[in-house]
Design a binder for this molecule. Sequence first.
Ligand SMILES: Cc1cc2nc3c(=O)[nH]c(=O)nc-3n(C[C@H](O)[C@H](O)[C@H](O)COP(=O)(O)O)c2cc1C
Length: 324
Amino acid sequence: MITRSPKQALDAAVDAGRWAPSVHNTQPWTFNVSGEEIGLRADTERKLAVEDASGRELLISCGAALFTMRTAIRCEGYEPIVRILPDPDRPGLLATIRLGNETEADEATWVLGGEIERRRTHRAGFADVPVPDQLIESLVKAAMSEGAKLTPIRSAEAVNVLAALTQAAQGVQTQDQRFNLEVIRWARPPGSARTDGVPAGSYPQEPAPTEPDFPQRHYAWRHGWGALGEQNEAAIGVVAVLTTRGDSRDEWIAAGQALQHVLLYASAHGVSAAFHTQALEMDLLREFLRTELFSGEYPQMIMRLGVTFDDKDMPRRPLSEVLE
Ligand SMILES: Cc1cc2nc3c(=O)[nH]c(=O)nc-3n(C[C@H](O)[C@H](O)[C@H](O)COP(=O)(O)O)c2cc1C
C-alpha cells in the first residue's frame, strides 16, 4: 500500500482541487491547510454578479473542487473526512476535509484520480461515435452516490424543449449588455498568459450547429476569437440534466460533487461533456424546466455527453494564488 505523509497527501489534494471545472474557469475558491485539515472557501470576488447572482454556479464549482480533493486524498492513501458548511457563522467556509484512517484506494478511485488533470470541457458537436448505454447507467449511479440525480434525456421532444430554452436564454443574454460584459470579462484573447478565464483556443470560432442546436456561449463577443478548423463534428451526443431535490447551498455543493464524479468517470471512458447552462441562469426558464420536465426537482446543470478527439489545454491558477 502506498501511503504518503499527511502533509504530502494534503498538498496533493489542494494541488488537485485546482483542476476542477468552474463556471467560466473563474476558479472561485481558496484553500487553507492547517494541521491535518483543508478548509475550502468560496472566493466571492470571483462570483459572476449578473449571471450567477445567487452564487449557485459558484457553489457547484466549489463542490466539484471538493470531490476532486476527496478523490486525491484517497489516491494518497487516506480516507477523507468531510464536513459540509461546518460553521453557520462562517458561510464562506464551504467544507473542511480531514485525513481519516489510512486506506488503500480501490481501482475505481485510481481511475478517477488519473482523470483529474486530463478531463476537459468540450464546446462543439461531438464525433459520430455512440455513448454506450451502460456507461450512461454508470454515470447515473455516480451522480446518485453524491446525492444528485443525472437524467439522460431520451425523448426527442424533451431534447427539443431543452435546446429551444437554451436558444431563448442565449438570445436574451446576448442582447443584454450586462451579460455580454461579464462574459467578455472572463474570455481571454489569443496568446493571453492569464491563468483563469476561458482562452480563445478552447472553443471553435464557428461551431457546426447540432440538431437540434444547443448554442455555445459567446465568449468571443464582437472579437471573432476562437479556434479555426474542427467545425465538422456535429453529433449532439447524449443530452443529460443534473438535478437535486432541493435548492439549498448544500445541495448546490452536492450537485458540484456529483458533476465532477460524473465528469471524471466519463473522461476515464473516453467521453467528454459540453455544458449549456444559459437557461438555468434565467429564473423563469429554470422554474419552467423544474415543473414541466423534472417533476419538481431543481435543474443544476444541462450537458451533452459525447466523444471528441479534440485535446485542449486549459490554464489553472498556481497554488500560490489559491492557498490562503
Ligand atoms: C457551474 C458550471 C457552469 C458551466 N457552464 C458552462 C457553459 O454554459 N458553457 C460552457 O462552455 N462551459 C461551461 N462550464 C465549463 C467551464 O467553462 C470549464 O469548466 C472551465 O472553463 C474550465 O475548463 P475545463 O473544464 O476544460 O477544465 C461550466 C462549468 C461549471 C462548473
